[in-house]
Design a binder for this molecule. Sequence first.
Ligand code: G3P
Length: 218
Amino acid sequence: MKFFADTAEIAEIRELAATGLLDGVTTNPSLIAKAGRNFIEAVREICELVEGPVSAEVAATDEETMLAEARKLAAIAENVAIKVPLTWAGLKTCRTLSQDGIMVNVTLCFSANQALLAAKAGAAFVSPFVGRMDDVGEDGMALIRDIRTIFDNYPDLGTEVLAASIRHPRHITEAALAGADVATVPPSVLKQIVNHPLTDKGLAQFLADWKKTGQSIL
Ligand code: G3P
């Protein structure tokens, strides 16, 4: 499973990119507002930090303006993936952009039928929002499983399942078990999953025992 960082904060992206384990980035209008950066400049900077797909979302809701915004965003860098909402205008925009060879991430997905439409529109990624479904008492991970099953029934569909709205480490595990192609994760949660108390305890014991040998490897 690929790990994307769900943030527009440059410092966090730089830190995670330095691990060599970051496969891409997703932003959205709320994350851009939170970062307080110029959108175009932030996307350009992120694309220079990360080789993988960097999602940049259009702000328009009509097809004509979405297309104009998308072409401006796509011109920033080759690894820009255009985010469009799961609406008829977004799907028509996705279809046009994907036919022009531009990566599209169809976002705000909350049903398997919506995901199927996004795949039929040629999306590179579809983003089911797991956490926001859980927030209203639905089973967000069941949606990931349903979409995975449907997409596997039709191998010609080239759309990747991008599990989004990830809230905690268990969501990452469950997304991987469900067969998501990507999980886009807040940096705080990504940094959390490397930790386990037994790892820390075991390493401390190894170091203490090694010290007793009085040896040095170098
Ligand atoms: O960026 C798309 C998605 O990951 C948003 O997540 O936490 O705002 O529900 P969240």
